[in-house]
Design a protein around this ligand. Structure first.
Ligand code: HXC
Length: 261
């Protein structure tokens, strides 16, 4: 029996798939779900046999339709602040996992759902997906870092339009503005996410993880510090067996056999 009431988790061939599983509430994020996700991320963080993570939603209709509105309705200001901080910390943990994380967005990604998708590294989305930050229609701002990650992904002007209007956009528009990496037919969503995961998995794992760290940390630094950080991770690669193997394989005109070491 699963140890989680609101999540499914399976690992196949080094790919860990997290399925947010509250389909009756369109996978809305309640406190129990976020607590379970937080605990699961601690497990994944320590388990390097999990090389890539995919995050998706259960059911045909929704990735995540936001934070649970029924749970938030009667919150005080302090409770709201603490709920926001908790969700932010869970998404930060997801974003800073060493392993790459792919969101397979199968439907509504609204409010906290859009924020969750943005905390993932790459978003592969079904043509049925819909994105938006509709918080202002409920009298609140985004609270799980949507005001911060959205402009970083799509630029200040487009982010402000989405944030001020609460408009919901379709998959193609999300792709056009850079919120989605790729749009695929609904039935091809998981195969496409797994194919991408397999491709990334075939590369030198330490180098991929250091690319992730360099991009994430660099975005919070000035260019000079980010470039200096890159030099450090670049140097570190030369301490890996995969660097020796990758370059030797090139010189020997054969395919590299990486070990992740
Ligand atoms: C709680 C939700 C929910 C949510 C849907 N449900 N979204 N429950 N919180 N965010 C529940 C509905 O109440 C309903 O339960 C069931 O899921 C099915 O939803 P319907 O509305 O009947 O489906 P449909 O008509 O297809 O409309 C789908 C929808 C709509 C457009 C996605 O559900 C919707 O607008 N949901 C809210 C989207 C939203 O505003 N998200 C942002 C939340 S604020 P019953 O029991 O009636 O069947 C947020 C802030 C994050 O995310 C930061 C916090 C700090």
């Amino acid at each position: 029996m699963s140890q989680y009431n609101n999540l499914l988790f399976e690992v196949n061939n080094g790919i860990g798939t997290i399925t947010l599983n509250r389909p009756k509430a369109l996978n809305a994020l309640n406190c129990e779900l976020l607590t379970e996700l937080n605990n699961l991320l601690d497990v994944i963080l320590k388990d390097q046999s999990i090389q890539i993570v995919i995050v998706t939603g259960s059911g045909e209709k929704s990735f995540v339709a936001g934070a649970d509105i029924t749970e938030m309705k009667d919150m005080s200001a302090i409770e709201g602040r603490n709920w926001g901080k908790f969700g932010q910390s869970v998404f930060e943990k997801l974003e800073s996992l060493p392993q790459p994380v792919i969101a397979a967005v199968n439907g509504f990604a609204l409010g906290g759902g859009c924020e969750l998708a943005m905390a993932c590294d790459i978003r592969i989305v079904s043509e049925k997906a819909k994105f938006g930050q509709p918080e202002v229609t409920l009298g609140i701002t985004p609270g799980f870092a949507g005001t911060q990650r959205l402009p970083r992904l799509v630029g200040k002007g487009r982010a402000k339009e989405l944030l001020y209007t609460g408009d919901v956009i379709d998959a193609q528009e999300a792709y056009r503005i850079g919120l989605a990496n790729k749009v695929v037919p609904a039935e091809e969503l998981m195969p496409a996410a797994i194919a991408l995961a397999e491709k990334i998995k075939s590369r030198a794992a330490v180098a991929v993880q250091l690319c992730k760290a360099a991009v994430n940390k660099g975005l919070n630094m000035d260019l000079e510090s980010g470039v200096a950080y890159e030099a450090e991770v670049f140097g570190l690669c030369f301490a890996t067996a995969d660097q020796k193997e990758g370059m030797t394989a090139f010189v020997e005109k054969r395919k590299a056999a990486f070990t992740g070491k």
